[in-house]
Design a protein around this ligand. Structure first.
Ligand code: EPU
Length: 417
């Protein structure tokens, strides 16, 4: 089952519940490495990347249980194999998130170096430099990062550029280090804050998460906790864009409008009416959207993980838009595929110029990464006739039950092999 077939033309209407955030759940699951006690994580989305992370932790000797939907219980009391093998890391770059916790808890880690990926080179040099600054000895041989430290030492680390998983890795490592660590130019993403709150519930002493200076006072040991993962802001944004593109009225529940300011501002510029409550957002879009220019940048600016979806929106909008990608060097793979549906898009370096046309026509297109696949599904929702989105396993990494959720809103979408 690796294709989605979408028949365009139906406006979306109804209510949809947003799942837990993939990019918060992934580091939070790896935080289980930091304690011998049991950790219970709630609101975990049912996704392929979550299954990969559970498999990665299990092969280390960590006990992982899923007692009910969306709940994962973990216990690392018998952690025996501080290894992240190539076979798992190659399927999910976020596996690098085990590096910091493993060195901090076991004094040792062997983690396969992630290779390049569809959206850019994505090196992990800042994760490594940060751990070295905390006293870890690190060698790279045979494609593996081998890190050792009797006990990590607190340090002042100025990150060269804003890295989300880099900040998370170092924050976890510092939680068990001796002394105080100060992370400067830290990522301010809400997922970093969610991880910090989980670590605090486990007994970590962390201040400043959500700002660009995070201070972590290391403790001897962390303890078990129960923690509920935040809602997925990118899934939320994707459904908002889908509604703005198809026209319609949708209420998104179990979400957090307060962490979506940049996306909501852009959607209002398209002409959509949006009302934000505490944990719900409603959107009403009656006319063809107006084109909106944007530039991706670290939070709180416009997220790179929403860029592809807004390129799809601009492809059918009224007017011309300029979209600039500043985080990843190769994140316009969806453009070629959108062109196959009739979109008019020119790419020059890290900038796409999109001239909207109301006449996309269905075709077979290929998903290249998670957000590119979402963008192609959105285009399919408005294209005339049938759009077949191939290699849909990319989508299953990050969107829980997307075809069921879209069908419930009135879209014509089904899976096929
Ligand atoms: N970078 C380096 N060296 C490093 C680390 C990062 O040069 O050591 C560069 C990257 O190559 C990139 C930039 O810094 O150009 C930012 O990368 P970052 O490290 O912030 O990305 P990430 O932590 O690998 C997370 C999300 C991504 C999201 C980015 C940016 C997770 C598991 N992944 O990746 O999510 O795009 O932050 O917000 O949190 C997705 O969900 O589709 C996705 C790709």
């Amino acid at each position: 089952m690796d294709k989605l077939i979408v028949e365009g033309g139906n406006p979306l209407a109804g209510e949809v519940s947003i799942s837990g955030a993939k990019n918060a759940a992934l580091p939070i699951l790896t935080a289980a490495i930091l304690t011998e006690d049991a950790l219970r994580i709630e609101n975990v989305p049912e996704l392929r990347d979550i299954a990969t992370t559970c498999a990665l932790l299990t092969q280390m000797g960590i006990w992982v249980r899923r007692p009910e939907p969306r709940v994962v219980e973990l216990s690392a009391h018998a952690l025996s194999n501080p290894l992240a093998p190539y076979d798992l890391v190659k399927t999910m770059r976020a596996s690098i998130l085990v590096l910091g916790p493993l060195v901090a808890r076991c004094g040792e880690a062997r983690v396969s170096l992630p290779g390049g990926c569809a959206i850019g080179l994505r090196p992990v040099d800042l994760h490594i430099k940060g751990l070295q600054a905390m006293g870890a000895e690190i060698d790279i041989d045979h494609g593996y990062i081998h890190a050792r430290a009797k006990r990590l030492q607190g340090a002042r680390i100025v990150l060269d550029l804003v890295t989300v998983t880099g900040t998370e890795n170092l924050m976890m490592a510092a939680s068990l280090a001796e002394g105080t660590t100060i992370l400067e130019n830290a990522a301010r993403e809400p997922e970093v804050v969610d991880l910090a709150q989980c670590l605090q519930a486990m007994g970590a002493r962390i201040k400043g998460a959500g700002t660009d200076v995070i201070t972590i006072e290391g403790v001897e040991r962390l303890h078990g906790a129960t923690f509920k993962v935040m809602p997925d802001r990118i899934e939320t944004g994707t459904f908002l864009v889908a509604t703005a593109m198809t026209g319609g009225r949708v209420v998104l529940t179990d979400t957090r409008p307060d962490i979506l300011d940049a996306v909501i501002t852009k959607l209002r510029e398209t002409g959509a009416l949006i009302e934000a409550g505490n944990d719900a957002i409603s959107i009403c879009a009656d006319t063809r959207p107006l084109a909106v220019g944007l530039r991706t940048a670290p939070y709180p600016a416009f997220p790179t993980d929403m860029q592809a979806q807004f390129v799809a929106l601009n492809a059918i909008a009224e007017g011309t838009a300029i979209v600039t990608e500043t985080i990843f060097e190769n994140r316009f793979m969806h453009v070629q595929e959108l062109r196959r549906l009739g979109a008019e898009i020119e790419v020059e370096g890290n900038t796409a110029v999109i001239t909207g046309t109301p006449n996309l026509a269905g075709a077979t297109v290929m998903a290249t990464d998670l957000r590119a696949s979402a963008c192609l599904v959105l285009a399919g929702l408005v294209a005339r006739g049938e759009t077949v989105v191939d290699r849909i396993y990319h989508l299953d990494r990050g969107y829980q039950a997307i075809e069921a959720k879209l069908s419930a809103l009135g879209a014509r979408i089904r899976r096929a092999s």
